[in-house]
Design a protein around this ligand. Structure first.
Ligand SMILES: *[C@@H]1O[C@H](CO)[C@@H](O)[C@H](O)[C@H]1NC(C)=O
Length: 167
């Protein structure tokens, strides 16, 4: 039981990181994003993706970056709930082997909660960088920070990709 939960969690994290990486192309919809997820991850599928986002009503009107934020929030809440459930199970579990497995899962879920927080923060940082660049675009002038912003976005993406390899 616990093992299956852990595997489901790592799948979920891959998806969240995919969302964040995919969030560079703005102006899309929930349906678009879920179609993208369904083609990238056949094991997850369109219907599951839509159902996943129903946990937050604002997802219906969110753009890609918003969906990335919402996805990390939903996943983080789920990981926190599971962490509480693991603590309850640990308190009453007498079997040493099962206890040890549950402890392994506890480490994993604690890491997940922290990782998702980092992912959400990185996503916010990436989003701010786009806002910075858009400010110049709206004025119709070339951004004096274009090189720095582009480089920073690449650096952040590398950070996200490396973070995702932990799973
Ligand atoms: C839904 O997502 C928005 C935007 O990220 C967030 O501000 C809000 O707290 C979320 N609502 C719930 C119920 O999680």
């Amino acid at each position: 039981m616990a093992r299956r939960h852990c595997q489901a969690l790592s799948c979920c994290l891959v998806v969240v990181l995919l969302f964040i990486l995919a969030s560079s192309s703005s102006a899309s919809t929930l349906e678009h994003m879920c179609k993208y997820v369904a083609t990238t991850r056949k094991d997850i599928g369109y219907d599951y993706c839509i159902k996943f986002f129903q946990a937050n009503k604002t997802s219906a009107a969110a753009d890609n970056r918003g969906l990335g934020v919402i996805a990390t929030q939903i996943s983080r809440a789920a990981a926190s709930d599971t962490l509480k459930r693991i603590d309850t199970l640990l308190a009453s579990e007498k079997d040493k082997k099962i206890h040890a497995r549950l402890s392994d899962c506890r480490v994993l879920y604690s890491a997940a909660v922290n990782l998702l927080e980092v992912a959400a923060n990185l996503n916010a940082v990436v989003s701010d960088t786009y806002t910075c660049e858009n400010g110049f675009r709206v004025l119709g002038v070339t951004s004096p920070l274009a090189a720095e912003d582009a480089r920073f976005l690449k650096d952040c993406s590398i950070a996200l990709i490396i973070t995702s390899t932990f799973w």
